[in-house]
Design a protein around this ligand. Structure first.
Ligand SMILES: NC(=O)c1ccc[n+]([C@@H]2O[C@H](COP(=O)([O-])OP(=O)(O)OC[C@H]3O[C@@H](n4cnc5c(N)ncnc54)[C@H](OP(=O)(O)O)[C@@H]3O)[C@@H](O)[C@H]2O)c1
Length: 621
């Protein structure tokens, strides 16, 4: 790693009397490529015995007196450094001197804050300013591409404790040191400002966290000094912008290995493409992979053959009310798979009648026959969930989005595979709206923990029925299908270091039935791992428009283990703000990450860590 210093003529370290500063100097002189001159500063050089001893052994160490909080001392040091480096300039300035004034909310005072701030944030800036002519000189003289210590660099010793992003979740109860933490946050911003201002001069400015190391400041509990090379390790591994110069043999070996790996990857890719072309010739959707609906652009589906097969299977399962071309990546594949295993049998008898005088649709659930008994229980406690689905447009071929106009549940009949219900429900409905309605009957097996099993469903699209007289029908139960009731623009962002997942609920588009005025929407986001709900958060209520804008970000702390296998469920609810307990579920979006399956949106998020990725998802009920 010391190769990094091959082209570095002069380097200066502040606070080199002990701790990390002293170790940096020692590591540099014993490294394979020691800088031409190492300028080690100490506020009291006479007291810095170890540094003195080191300087006696190594001629290229020059000790200079510098109190970083004293402007006069900084200026004096700058002229001494100038004399030492002369026209070569200064290649690397390491602002290492620092103090830790420990004070929590109770003990902190303005003086303590200012003292820490002066040493840790203000001093590095003032020292950089004073050394700027020498840094510019070195940057101008330096050869080679890019920025780094082969030209000029300013390295500010910061600390993870200054990171605001990391002061969340489990970590937020540690090290409540107001002066130190804020001074390092300020130092980070000083560094960023310097980086912006000095980029044009070719001077690299960066903040470096050295790790937690055993010094007077770090304390005795930390792991032992990696005496020889801790600084180089940090430099070599973390300073991506510092150019490392390798020997020519090594460079050619790396290049050779890279070319071989690239060729292997290329062959594998060609082989995969060949296999796909020969094995899955008809799995593609006829309309290509992206679709537009209602002015919203859907992101492209994955090309993965397995997903395509899933797509084909799933498209059969969507109700006629759901446009297959609109199928996004948000289908709940798991729950669909579960349903496939269900043993669907039996029939449901119901009657429908449209009372023209009262403009009412009357639905009567009469009875069911030969219902399946679920594997683990020896009986079944059935009830029927009736939903009136109202389509946005009356379009037989490609139907539009729907909304639930009304919903009811029949009574529960205990321990019966052929229950008699006799429950009647009615709903006020204009006659011209009747053809837009589909009645969906879901026969369910009651579970006291609300995980009611699905025994099958029957549907009655009213556009094909004459309802001027009560019409009695018996329908065989079918595998339940999901209905598309809206779409939502969601953004996902994952920050691996802080292990935070941000779910942005940006916009929700649903159907607004003209009868349903003064409604509000909100979305509840839950994160589920291994069938357990870990956390949930909800957005604020917003007035329900055709497109309701939320622009809210909900944050979840998700440790590594959980991020590998979890499902995000966004549930959209409608409420009537004036009425208590008027909550009504509109539908769900499932974004799933399993061991073998990964939702497209999830994949994009993991490919672009720390960046929010937005994507439209269909909402199903
Ligand atoms: N140790 C860790 O685990 C750790 C972790 C993250 C970041 N850091 C950062 O790394 C840097 C070095 O830390 P360390 O652990 O080596 O600390 P340290 O053992 O306490 O040493 C601090 C050094 O800074 C010098 N210094 C303090 N105030 C000064 C002033 N006004 N003028 C000139 N020199 C001054 C000290 O000189 P005197 O001998 O004259 O006091 C000493 O040489 C600090 O910026 C610290 O925030 C350390």
């Amino acid at each position: 790693m010391t190769h990094a210093f091959k082209n570095c003529s002069n380097l200066m370290v502040t606070g080199a009397s002990r701790g990390l500063g002293l170790q940096i100097v020692e590591s540099l002189v014993i490294g394979g490529f020691s800088p031409g001159k190492i300028i080690a500063t100490a506020r009291n050089p006479d007291g810095a015995k170890e540094l003195q001893m080191l300087a006696e052994k190594h001629q290229n160490i020059h000790i200079i007196k510098l109190d970083v909080t004293c402007q006069e001392s900084i200026e004096r040091a700058a002229s001494e450094v100038e004399q030492l480096v002369q026209e070569e300039g200064l290649n690397c300035l390491i602002n290492n001197a620092g103090i830790n004034v420990v004070a929590n909310l109770e003990t902190v005072t303005a003086d303590k804050m200012l003292e820490n701030f002066h040493t840790n944030s203000v001093a590095p800036l003032m020292i950089t300013k004073a050394m700027l002519p020498l840094l510019k000189q070195a940057a101008a003289k330096g050869t080679g591409m890019g920025m780094g210590i082969h030209r000029a660099a300013v390295i500010n010793m910061t600390s993870l404790l200054g990171s605001i992003e990391l002061y969340w979740g489990d970590r937020s109860n540690t090290f409540k040191w107001y002066p130190y933490r804020t001074s390092k946050s300020a130092l980070n911003m000083v560094t960023r400002c310097l980086a912006v201002d000095l980029e044009a001069e070719g001077i690299l400015c960066m903040a470096l966290h050295p790790g937690w190391v055993r010094t007077d400041m770090g304390g005795p509990e930390v792991f032992t000094w990696q005496k020889d090379m801790i600084f180089f390790a940090v430099l070599g591994l973390s300073f991506r912008e510092i150019q490392l110069s390798f020997s020519e043999e090594l460079e050619y070996s790396i290049l050779g290995i890279s070319v071989i790996l690239f060729l292997i990857a290329l062959c594998l890719l060609i082989w995969q493409i060949y296999r796909r072309c020969t094995q899955c010739p008809v799995s593609r959707r006829p309309d290509g992979l992206s679709a537009r609906s209602g002015g919203f652009q859907y992101a492209t589906q994955t090309n993965d053959a397995k997903m395509e097969v899933h797509y084909e299977e799933l498209s059969h399962r969507l109700s006629p009310g759901t446009s297959c071309t609109n199928l996004g990546s948000s289908l709940d594949l798991a729950s669909m798979a579960d349903l496939e295993e269900e043993n669907i049998q039996g029939s449901l008898r119901f009657s429908l009648f449209y009372d023209q005088l009262q403009s009412k649709l009357v639905v009567t659930v009469l009875d069911a026959q030969d219902l399946a008994v679920r594997d683990f229980s020896h009986s079944v406690d059935p009830f029927v969930w009736v939903r009136l689905l109202w389509a946005e447009r009356e379009d037989e071929e490609h139907s539009s989005m729907q909304c639930v106009l009304d919903e009811w549940q029949t009574r529960l009949v205990k321990k019966s595979c052929s229950p008699v219900f006799g429950d009647q429900f009615s709903c006020t409905l204009a006659e011209e709206e009747v053809p837009r309605v589909t009645v969906r009957f879901e026969v369910r097996d009651f579970d006291k923990y609300s995980r009611h099993g699905i025994l099958g469903e029957a549907r009655a699209p009213l556009n094909s029925l004459k309802l001027s007289y009560p019409l009695e029908l018996r329908e065989d139960l079918q595998v339940p299908k999901k209905d598309m009731v809206g779409e939502a623009l969601l953004s996902l962002k994952y920050m691996p270091i802080s292990q935070r997942l941000e779910v942005g609920v940006l916009k929700i588009r649903t159907v607004c039935h003209p009868n349903k005025t003064e409604r509000a929407l909100y979305a509840k986001t839950s994160v589920i791992c291994n069938h357990c709900k870990l956390r949930h958060q909800r957005t604020k209520q917003k007035k329900h428009w055709e497109v309701t804008v939320f622009n809210e970000v909900l944050t979840f702390v998700l440790p590594d283990q959980q991020i590998r296998e979890c499902t995000i469920i966004v549930s959209v609810y409608e409420i009537q703000p004036s009425k208590k307990s008027s909550k009504c579920l509109i539908g769900h979006i499932h974004i799933k990450k399993g061991k073998t399956f990964e939702n497209e949106h999830w994949k994009l998020m993991m490919q672009s860590l720390r960046q929010p990725i937005a994507k439209w998802h269909l909402i199903f009920i």
